[in-house]
Design a protein around this ligand. Structure first.
Ligand SMILES: NC(=O)c1ccc[n+]([C@@H]2O[C@H](COP(=O)([O-])OP(=O)(O)OC[C@H]3O[C@@H](n4cnc5c(N)ncnc54)[C@H](O)[C@@H]3O)[C@@H](O)[C@H]2O)c1
Length: 427
């Protein structure tokens, strides 16, 4: 099989992740032939890693689509509000896409991309990476096997994690919805998608409450400066002290936090010190320009009387938790550590799901519980005409994005939203 030629647009955290995986696990399947990225250090890393000729490395995506089509796939991994323009240009040229979530920041823009792709006959695989984790593949298989009967209720928690919240959704890229999108879209379009996938029915109604209550100016400790390094009176007892997070790497561990804060692919300690003095990541978490929620709940009604209560919260250690209640049994599951317990109403026994005996090609380990690698497996297969069960193409993804958009409308208006009526507005 000939290698598929790949263009990557946006070589930050996600663009690097997918192309690194292609290089390490799929070198016979994919070849990265061009990249676009304004930050030189990130662009140079991709150029060097994939031996891309200099004239195929661009500071922005536009020149790529001024050329005749020269590859099989475009990865779009720019920020949320910068998906629409390159996606439309790529589709117009007839490229297939691996598109980061959220598809776009508004319902209208999501449907625009969907319609353009359908008209052109290209595929757009949306990066709902949870679907490719062994954890969620296992849950889907258990439900579909009928072991717990018909699903009646799900309680689901997206435990964002306090440090992740302050890094990404207070100080970082996604803190302000005008620059990115609302949190129930950008963070939990994954969860809305996975719930719809697990249940296998359409969501019909949502109602949501949520607010930004803690990470705001009123709660700033007395005497705290704008930047932690300026000497904060509570610096020793604050878990979000920038020095601890980005210089001592007390909470990150894997280099993900400092990659983002420094904009350097291989940051030094000096780069980290510079970042906490000169970048948004050095700010006091109570004195940022963030406006997205720090906790939110959504009640969802799906077809066939399946009810879900979903919580997204900063005030957690991190990791997804689910309780799935069926007519013949219940599942208690924690994504951290891949723990799934199934209780059977007839036998009154609990069994632990055995991941080792159920392992599949896709269900492997790595970033996002294996989902980052899993989606590249599925992409390779899709490009060779084999569609895995987990694949979420643009139409299904957009339908599930509508649940997030409707939840946000409900949060802002205080009203329950009928999904069918909501969708009609964006046909
Ligand atoms: N699937 C997931 O689980 C997941 C996880 C995290 C982020 N995301 C999504 O992935 C997307 C990217 O997130 P990220 O964390 O990689 O952000 P990032 O900021 O690390 O990367 C985005 C990159 O795009 C570059 N860029 C800006 N303008 C550009 C242009 N004109 N042409 C080319 N590149 C340009 C930026 O310089 C940056 O390096 C976002 O939409 C985000 O919501 C998805």
């Amino acid at each position: 099989m000939q290698k598929k030629k790949v263009i990557v647009i946006g070589c930050g955290s996600r663009g690097k992740t997918y192309t690194d995986i292609m290089k390490s696990n799929f070198k016979d399947d994919f070849e990265v032939v061009a990249c676009a990225e304004p930050i030189a250090d990130r662009r140079n890393y991709i150029q060097k890693t994939h031996s891309i000729p200099h004239d195929m490395c661009f500071e922005s995506w536009e020149p790529i689509f001024e050329r005749e089509k020269f590859a099989d796939l475009v990865i779009i991994a720019t920020m949320d509000r910068d998906h629409l323009a390159p996606a439309m240009a790529a589709i117009e040229k007839g490229y297939n896409l691996l598109l980061e979530k959220p598809v776009a920041a508004t319902p209208e823009e999501c449907r625009m991309i969907q319609k353009a792709a359908e008209k052109k006959g290209v595929f757009v695989l949306v990066c709902h990476v949870l679907r490719y984790t062994r954890f969620f593949i296992a849950l889907k298989n258990i439900i579909d096997s009928g072991e717990i009967g018909k699903v009646m209720n799900i309680q689901a928690i997206e435990s964002v994690g306090d440090v992740h919240q302050t890094h990404s959704f207070v100080r970082g890229n996604w803190g302000n919805s005008e620059k990115s999108s609302c949190m129930i879209l950008q963070k939990t379009c994954h969860d809305m998608d996975i719930l719809a996938w697990l249940i296998g029915k359409k969501c019909t109604e949502v109602h949501s409450f949520g607010s930004l209550s803690y990470f705001k100016k009123e709660n700033a400790p007395k005497g705290s400066p704008e930047y932690c390094y300026e000497g904060c009176p509570v610096g020793d007892s604050c878990p979000y002290n920038a020095e601890k997070v980005y210089v001592d790497m007390k909470y990150g561990g894997e280099g993900w936090l400092d990659f983002v804060a420094t904009e350097k692919v291989f940051p030094t300690k000096d780069d980290c010190i510079n970042a906490i003095k000169n970048s948004p990541y050095g700010r006091c978490v109570f004195k940022c320009d963030n406006n997205v929620v720090d906790h939110q709940t959504v009640n969802l009604k799906f077809g066939d009387d399946v009810y879900v209560d979903f919580a997204m919260s900063a005030f957690t250690e991190g990791g997804r938790v689910l309780r799935i209640m069926g007519t013949q049994g219940e599942i208690n599951a924690k994504m951290n550590g891949d723990q799934i317990e199934i209780f059977n109403f007839l036998t009154r026994n609990t069994r632990n799901y055995d991941f080792d005996s159920a392992a599949t090609d896709e269900a492997i380990t790595g970033g996002h519980g294996g989902g980052d690698t899993g989606i590249i497996y599925a992409l390779r297969d899709l490009m060779n005409g084999k569609v895995s069960n987990s694949v979420c193409e643009i139409g299904e993804s957009c339908d599930n994005h509508m649940i997030s958009f409707a939840a946000e409308e409900s949060r802002l208006t205080g009203k329950a939203i009928n999904i069918k009526e909501f969708e009609e507005r964006f046909r």
